[in-house]
Design a protein around this ligand. Sequence first.
Ligand code: PLP
Length: 431
Amino acid sequence: MDKSKLHPDTLALHGGWRADPATGSVAAPIFQTTSYQFRDTEHASDLFALKELGNIYTRIMNPTQDILEQRIAMVEGGVAALAVASGQAASTYCILNIASAGDNIVTSTDLYGGTWNLFANTLKQIGIEARFVDPQDPEAFARATDDKTRCYYAETLPNPKLEVFPIKEVADVGRKLGVPLIIDNTAAPMICRPFESGAAIVMYSTTKYVGGHGTTIGGAVIDGGNFDWEANAKRFPLLNTPDPSYHGAIWTQAAKPLGPIAYVLRMRVTLLRDIGAAESPFNAFQLIQGLETLPLRMRRHCENAAIVAKALAKHPKVTKVIYPGLMKGEARRRADAYLQDGLYGGLVGFELKDGADAGQRFIDALELLYHVANIGDARSLAIHPASTTHSQLSSEDQIASGVTPGYVRLSIGLEYPNDILADIHQALDKA
Ligand code: PLP
């Protein structure tokens, strides 16, 4: 059967796995092992020389991770994937895989705070410059590009603003200049398909919706196989010149017998080998379980969020609701262009008339929703960013990032919608 023809909803259950040939186990086994017995010395040396692909050591690959990687690549419509220990490891590797000291990346300003810090501070520490541009202006990416630009980077549905990124517009700008677009699709799995709009690489914090139950930290990088790294050889020396750490391999050439996977192959055999943010086999199992119900859960997250957003919009204490389905103009056009079937994600922001105090009173009054710094759990979650995730920023920077003092972020879960509404209403009464 040609599984590539199956719908993503089906691939979430069937991608990359049928049954264990040794035992018949239908559920993916947890291969809790560090290492793998070589058949003989020739086998061992072929594996190390990449003449044959196979298991060597779980820091670099593992059969449970492999099922997750195949499945998430198939669901996303990519050619190959790498599972890593966290979303932060995924975004770090995405950049380090193609950029060295003296290079730069051009990134949207609308980023998760951890990614912002990584780009603005940690990358700077190793000599990689992040150039931040307004995501609403695709040409700003072109203006910030020079010969040392290695990629564009953005989130599909960045919170707190929840304005969908112009994926095709910026991917098109990049393709003219030979610059790949990397998309963090953490907040919009299943409902946004960045490869179809020209993104070259998609990454996830699988900690969120993919895992879906608030149990497991993980990350994934998926190679779209659609970017010609060789045609832009000058821009990508790490993929097109001999790699001294791998007996002179040139990754665009070495990958050829395996398919258009030079980017993700290099990431596995050099970055994961050297830096080692490997996903544990148990966590990979949890994420496989999560993927199986992701299509169903994502739909329910989105439907519940739409109900909550509409209810909030009618509440007298709420001055503004931030939710793609209630946006107007260009923001709405983009939401409808990039998100499928009128599903606008599971995140909802709103502003309270009485500012920070009201925001904190609302959070303290919640009885069903959890007060946590996470999104994408099966349970509904809430946080007051001005006093938590964004508290290190100056008040001007908070406002610029979309966080007003009375802003509350909700990650709407899978509960019966009236129960979510009842808790929100009783907390609003006390806010
Ligand atoms: N990207 C986005 C959009 C996120 O929301 C997060 C975490 O909140 C990350 C990346 C980082 O992922 P992790 O917490 O799995 O390292």
